[in-house]
Design a protein around this ligand. Structure first.
Ligand code: ATP
Ligand code: MG
Ligand code: MG
Ligand code: MG
Length: 560
């Protein structure tokens, strides 16, 4: 590409509207322009970066066995009514009517549409597993669109959906995506962490977010430097109870009933409750039934007493029967509500039965307590956010709180959508069963923005090579010098055959060209200047500033 012909309007000044560095640089480097709030046009340079991320995503999704489709972004209300999300999704869902007065929405995600597609044509376990993905524009009427492509209203998302016949298969599909996501973000040159996460409006019972570590991130994540614990603070933080249907989560309780001890964050992710609550909410599974012990943070004594009574190092190790035996507490407590029971909980935890609670009497505890029946859910004012230094729920070490940009999100959906929409198949025994689903999103534009947040300096973008629109820029310092220009042309022609190359053939001062090359973040710059008379040119690495003087004949070979 020749700079003189390329639509790459760079800006000298920082645009006033841009608060974060990636937004500023994407505007200045002529990548995007705003059309309306949260709605952007992609210019050639911006689109090229987007396409590179899309290519990496496609390669890794295909490699993981997923197949690409393209679903409509205009979706009929009827499908969304089947899952009740037409009402529940809230105002991020942009609803509108066509000329016949039929209700439609712009797709913010596509569980309904894909489930509809699959229920029509998948009949047998023999057609499973299936993983379908698309890279398609999404629309979410965000309350506060900001930071350019980072939180837009119209944005490009890769969304994938897996369908399996059984839990084991669904787990394998999930793992395949979890690993593909690691490869994708690694290839994009990002420093990131996968963290346990809330399931939000998508629903389901377990999820991971892929967080790019950056100060401008809108999410906070709790990470334990001593073990592998990592979770979104959202999961760990107190959320006020909400009457909005948007926040309501289903609790497929039968899933908890796998006998065994579950790790706190697994249970939290599964239940969709805050980890903070769970830190003090110890859940056992005994006789195939979930049992929870709720202990409020400022009543540590209770926990110590319980531990002592059970002579257990870790409370999680104790089965419910032991609790009952040692505490001698009555089973099936249904006493007066007035008791000062030391518990915290929310609606989600409330759906679990069999709580063990303090009985407001030394060394006594109640078993099989039911929230809602035995006492009301306590006010959430008791809850607080997880802060730096809080004990890790896994190993007790001090947690670190970091900021992150959510670039991807994987969900285990279970049968939430297949059940609501009657998406079933016949198993090997000929029995009709609902499909087990997963869904997996990546924000394409947000990934480019996150890469810039992590890779820039005061002069501009430093593109990671795999997503850089051009790998090399060839800069003749004086285009009026025909020898220089000819040498630049030759090098440009040679290089273009191998890598995407930009030739800065503009009649501009060298300073202007160097500034632009730095601003747009091309990984390698070849400068053709005065030394050409000795047969030499300069190769400069954008990331380190390292320069090498090379012979004209060797520069192409060294630029790989
Ligand atoms: P956020 O918490 O930032 O609002 P989300 O959890 O609502 O994101 P998901 O429903 O998990 O988003 O969608 C999958 C991916 O789509 C996200 O991980 C993110 O990368 C991207 N994404 C979501 N909303 C936006 C947006 N408004 N602008 C750009 N990308 C977005
Ligand atoms: Mg959102
Ligand atoms: Mg989120
Ligand atoms: Mg998310």
């Amino acid at each position: 590409m020749r700079f003189s012909r390329y639509f790459l309007p760079t800006l000298r000044e920082d645009p006033a509207e841009a608060e974060v560095v990636s937004h500023r640089l994407m505007l200045r480097a002529g990548m995007i322009r705003k059309l309306a709030s949260g709605i952007y046009s992609y210019l050639p340079y911006g689109l090229a970066a987007i396409k590179n991320v899309e290519r990496i995503i496609r390669e890794e999704m295909n490699r993981a066995g997923a197949q690409e489709v393209l679903l409509p972004m205009v979706q009929p209300a009827e499908l969304w009514q089947e899952t009740e999300r037409w009402e529940k999704y809230g105002r991020e869902l942009l609803r509108f009517k066509d000329r016949k007065d039929h209700d439609f929405c712009l797709s913010p995600t596509a569980e309904e549409v894909i489930t509809d597609l699959v229920r029509r044509d998948v009949r047998s376990y023999k057609q499973l597993p299936l993983n379908l993905y698309q890279i398609q524009t999404k629309f979410r009427d965000e309350i506060r669109p900001r930071f350019g492509l980072m939180r837009a209203r119209e944005f490009i998302m890769k969304d994938a959906y897996s369908f399996d016949a059984d839990e084991a298969g669904a787990e394998t599909s999930y793992q395949a995506m979890y690993e593909a996501y690691h490869r994708i973000f690694r290839r994009c040159g990002l420093r990131f962490r996968a963290v346990a996460a809330d399931t939000g409006a998508i629903g389901g019972h377990a999820s991971h977010e892929f967080m790019v570590l950056a100060e401008t991130g809108e999410d906070q994540i709790a990470i334990c430097p001593q073990c592998d614990y990592a979770a979104n603070v959202e999961l760990a933080e107190a959320r006020p109870p909400s009457s909005s249907a948007e926040e309501e989560r289903e609790l497929p309780l039968e899933k908890v009933s796998t006998p065994g001890v579950h790790r706190a964050e697994e249970v939290a992710a599964f239940l969709g409750v805050s980890l903070n609550r769970l830190v003090k909410t110890l859940i056992y599974v005994a006789d195939g039934r979930p049992v929870a012990v709720l202990i409020r943070g400022d009543h540590e004594l209770n926990e110590i007493k319980l531990k002592k009574a059970l002579q257990a190092e870790r409370l999680e190790m104790a089965p419910a029967e032991v609790v009952e035996k040692v505490t001698g507490a009555p089973v099936g407590f249904a006493g007066p509500v007035g008791l000062k029971i030391d518990i915290i909980a929310d609606r989600a935890v409330a759906a679990l039965k069999n709580f063990v609670t303090g009985a407001n009497e030394a060394e006594k505890h109640y078993l099989n307590v039911n929230l809602g029946r035995d006492f009301p859910s306590p006010p959430t004012a008791d809850l607080r956010n997880v802060v730096s230094g809080d004990p890790c729920p896994q190993c007790g070490g001090p947690l670190e709180i970091l900021k992150g940009i959510e670039v991807g999100h994987t969900f285990k959906l279970g049968t939430k959508y297949s059940q609501a929409m009657g998406a079933t198949f016949l198993d090997a025994q000929g029995k009709e069963r609902p499909l087990i689903m997963g869904c997996y999103g990546i924000g394409v534009g947000r990934t480019v923005a996150a890469a810039i947040e992590q890779n820039h300096d005061e002069n501009g973008i430093i593109f990671p090579v795999p997503i850089a629109p051009f790998k090399v820029i060839v800069v003749p310092v004086n285009t009026k010098d025909s020898k220089l220009l000819k040498a630049a042309e030759d090098i440009y022609q040679d290089l273009s055959a191998r890598v995407s190359t930009l030739l800065d053939d503009r009649n501009e001062r060298p300073g202007v060209k160097f500034k632009d090359a730095d601003l747009i973040g091309v990984p390698l710059r070849i400068t053709i200047g005065k030394k050409l008379k000795d047969g030499l040119v300069e190769l400069k690495k954008r990331s380190t500033g390292e320069t090498m003087t090379l012979r004209v004949e060797e520069v192409v070979a060294r630029t790989q």
